[in-house]
Design a protein around this ligand. Structure first.
Ligand code: SF4
Length: 312
């Protein structure tokens, strides 16, 4: 039976705005979900909806304003600093590996770094690095190069190798393939799936690319303006989306067959500012089905396995 790895409970993250920080940007406003081992839980939504902030709070890279993040029943959101042991078991893969690789370090040292930081190299660094580079399908001749001498796909593999080095149980993958060519994207995603099958890793997969999410995720949560609006098994959400925002996102996925006859739902206007979110349902300013009630009363997330926040 799969084990519960992560439980996020009513997570809120507000950022102060203005010189005197008198107003608040509600980047994340009451988000709850669970992730089990061997499970890929995808968080999707437009840029600025708060999904990356959820990822950073889940890792305790930033402290939440309210709410809790439990890793195997340990409340890591209340810890001033996450212990080394927990840091080893929770890792991250960023979209831009470039930003995480020290340009002055050679690949060998970059690969050795996680072991060294956790005091695990013990004179066996060379063997560990060789094993790691083989694991991510790279060749040992790259070990003497600097990051700028590698392709984007090779740098991303190094980022994945560093995340996998300490045998983590849970990984936050924030748009891990977004900056790569399609063929390289497929290789990176295959690699992530392979590690999940072999080591039972749970992933929080953050993306705006629904095509990839459909392939990768077991469960999907759709986020709009700091709140979850729909959560369910991937097949249920993609085959029977209930929230008008999810329906619009899915209708925008490019399809190869021009005769398939799917109708694109075009949303009017931009996502409102999280500094001053609309009252009632936050989506009401763009929703084609809005009613009077939607402007006053905020819909709760309801349902059993496929949950949705909508008055319809
Ligand atoms: Fe649209 Fe109302 Fe449902 Fe919000 S609650 S998504 S405005 S129908």
């Amino acid at each position: 039976m799969e084990e519960k790895l992560i439980e996020v409970v009513d997570l809120k993250k507000y950022f102060g705005s203005g010189i005197f920080k008198k107003s608040w940007i509600k980047a994340v406003d009451g988000v709850s979900f669970e992730i089990c081992s061997k499970e890929t839980f995808a968080l999707v939504g437009e840029s600025g909806c708060g999904k990356s902030t959820v990822g950073r709070c889940t890792l305790n890279l930033i402290r939440p304003t309210a709410g809790h993040v439990y890793f195997k029943d340990m409340d890591i959101s209340s810890m001033n600093e996450v212990s080394r042991d927990i840091r080893k078991r929770i890792q991250v893969i960023f979209q831009d590996a470039d930003g995480t690789l020290n340009p002055r370090m050679k690949v060998f040292d970059l690969m050795l770094e996680p072991f060294r930081v956790h005091g695990l190299s013990n004179g066996h660094g060379k063997e560990m690095v060789n094993e790691l580079i083989e694991m991510v399908n790279l060749t040992p001749d790259l070990l003497g190069r600097y990051p700028h001498e590698l392709s984007g796909g090779q740098r991303q593999r190094i980022g994945i190798a560093r995340a996998m080095a300490l045998n983590p149980e849970f990984i936050v993958a924030d748009e891990p393939a977004a900056s790569l060519d399609l063929s390289v994207q497929a290789q990176i995603l295959d690699l992530m799936r392979k590690f999940q099958a072999e080591h039972g890793i749970g992933y929080l997969y953050i993306s705006h690319n629904l095509k990839i999410v459909k392939l990768m995720a077991d469960k999907v949560a759709v986020m709009y303006l700091g709140k979850l609006v729909e959560v369910g098994r991937t097949n249920d959400v993609f085959n029977c989306a209930k929230h008008p925002y999810t329906q619009a996102l899915i209708s925008a996925i490019p399809i190869l067959d021009p005769c398939a006859g799917r109708k694109r739902i075009l949303l009017k206007g931009d996502i409102p500012s999280p500094l001053n979110p609309p009252a009632g349902c936050r989506f009401h300013t763009r929703c084609p089905y809005r009613m009077k009630r939607c402007m006053i009363e905020e819909p709760a997330l309801v349902g059993d396995k496929h949950i949705v926040a909508c008055h319809l």
